[in-house]
Ligand binder design. Structure first.
Ligand SMILES: Nc1nc2c(ncn2[C@@H]2O[C@H](COP(=O)(O)OP(=O)(O)OP(=O)(O)O)[C@@H](O)[C@H]2O)c(=O)[nH]1
Ligand SMILES: [Mg+2]
Length: 459
């Protein structure tokens, strides 16, 4: 265990709440806490039992500043691997700030983002993939994303990587065993065996990378943009999907001028949904900017829901819109089918060709379900998260795994060309070093800074 200074931070979200928690970690945590905490039973925290709440008060300048419960968790069996003291005080912003200030005054240092978790890593309690899972867990917006992070926190990634690494080490062992037996027969058999093993490893790595895309969609959400000319019912659709009136809806074309973003959880499938300003040629300065932003949003969209109003004749604006989604995954909706239809089947065919479409009314909640079913069907057939699978979705892990895969593919070519075994061994060493980057066995200060800067303060 390393020795580091003592850090303190407010670990709960700032705002009105029942309780708030101030947390301290480090060698001096108990000493500092005992300078401000007076237990009702007169014992110091040092004397009190490990992991047992103690009732008392925090004092500053002889005055009670709050009534609290304090608990110590001695290292190495604590979250950070060091001595931790948590002070559970009244919620709100005043009590926590006062307590934090009192601790800082006595020598604790304000923790940086993720520093408690960073210490857990530095003290060897968790590896880097597990530390990253902690932040992903906090940021999860759906149950599936949470389940994936929970699995990763339990070490699923490192275990999977370790399994593949063992196979690579097995190849190295085979090389070392045969490098000094250059008889032709043994040589041929060795290359053959190495090639078989190499293929199997490549297959496993590819499978992990393919799954990663699915996990990334689950985690970050499907970037969904609602598109159409003014007044076709875009904001009505957004409100219908969110099931509350998030956007203003009026019969005046050009109502939405800015983009409106929100999240929808479709049984574990996360949609990041964006309502946009209706696309049309306009002289209005504000609306014009909105239209440009809308066009820009389409570029990054995973899915575009495009609306047309069939209670009016199509015009040039509709044709422009169909042009914008030429190469995009999209759902086309012929909206307002509760009103008298002004367009014919031919008009529709002329506009969208042979593309699929749904004809409905977005102000009917039952019809919203049809759209949601369509989205689900487009993105996932069957279960979204399969319990027994490993999902690697962290960009850092994906990059390292991709590099490891390309070294492995290089190895495959070298084996086919029967190049010297000791050179192949060098390739394999490269693969293993990429694996060590993932788990944090080999890491740099820069990587750690990047990983932990994603965290909130107090975690
Ligand atoms: N009858 C009927 N009216 C609808 C339907 N969908 C939307 N509307 C009405 O059409 C008008 C425009 O709806 P919005 O949802 O504001 O349309 P929008 O596409 O967001 O319009 P902009 O923000 O101006 O681009 C409102 O009066 C809605 O009540 C529908 O399916 N049937
Ligand atoms: Mg609108």
């Amino acid at each position: 265990m390393g020795t580091y200074d003592t850090i303190a931070a407010i670990s709960t979200a700032i705002g009105e709440a029942g309780i708030s928690i101030v947390r301290m970690s480090g060698e001096e945590a108990l000493k500092i806490a005992d300078e401000v905490f007076r237990a009702k039973n007169k014992k110091t925290l040092k004397e009190s039992k490990n992991r047992k709440f103690v009732y008392g008060h925090i004092y500053e300048d002889g005055q009670i500043i709050d009534e609290v419960l304090a608990v110590k968790m001695l290292g190495p069996h604590s979250y950070s691997g060091e001595d931790i003291v948590e002070i559970h005080c009244h919620g709100g912003i005043v009590a926590v700030r006062r307590i934090l200030k009192a601790l800082l005054k006595r020598g604790a240092r304000l923790a940086e983002r993720g520093e408690f978790t960073k210490r857990a890593f530095l003290n060897g309690r968790i590896d880097l993939t597990q530390a990253e899972a902690v932040i992903d867990l906090i940021k999860s917006k759906t149950e599936s994303a949470f389940d994936i992070s929970m699995d990763q926190l339990k070490g699923s990634i490192s275990r999977e990587i370790k399994k593949i690494e063992d196979e690579v080490v097995g190849m190295q062992a085979l090389i070392v065993a045969n490098i000094d037996f250059p008889e032709d027969e043994i040589k041929d058999a060795t290359y053959k065996e190495l090639k078989t093993r190499c293929d199997s490893i490549i297959e496993k790595m590819k499978f992990l990378l393919e799954n990663s895309q699915k996990a990334k969609l689950l985690r970050d959400g499907i970037n969904t943009v609602i598109l159409g000319k003014p007044n076709v019912g875009k904001s009505s659709l957004l409100n219908g999907m969110l099931k509350y009136d998030r956007a203003i809806v009026t019969d005046i074309p050009g109502t939405t001028r800015d983009i409106i973003e929100d999240y929808i959880d479709l049984d574990g499938l996360l949609l990041k949904i964006t309502d946009t300003a209706g696309i049309r040629e306009t002289k209005d300065k504000v609306e014009k900017i909105g239209v440009e932003i809308a066009k820009d949003k389409i570029k990054d969209a995973d899915l575009v829901i495009t609306l047309f109003d069939i209670s009016k004749d199509f015009n040039d604006d509709d044709y422009k819109i169909i042009n914008l989604i030429k190469n995009k995954k999209s759902i086309i909706i012929m909206n307002k089918d509760d009103l008298e239809e002004k367009v014919t089947d031919e008009d529709i065919k002329k506009l969208i060709g042979n593309r699929d479409f749904l004809k409905l009314s977005v102000i009917d909640p039952k019809k919203i379900k049809l759209i949601e079913d369509k989205i689900r069907e487009m993105f996932f057939a069957g279960d979204i998260v399969q319990k027994d699978q490993i999902y690697i979705d962290n960009i850092r892990h994906i990059n390292a795994l991709t590099k490891a895969l390309s070294s492995m593919e290089e190895t495959k070519k070298d084996l086919e060309n029967e190049i010297f075994l000791d050179l192949i061994e060098v390739n394999l060493e490269e693969v293993i070093s990429k694996f060590s980057e993932i788990t944090g066995l080999i890491t740099t200060e820069e990587v750690l800074d990047r990983v932990f800067s994603e965290f909130c303060i107090g975690k």
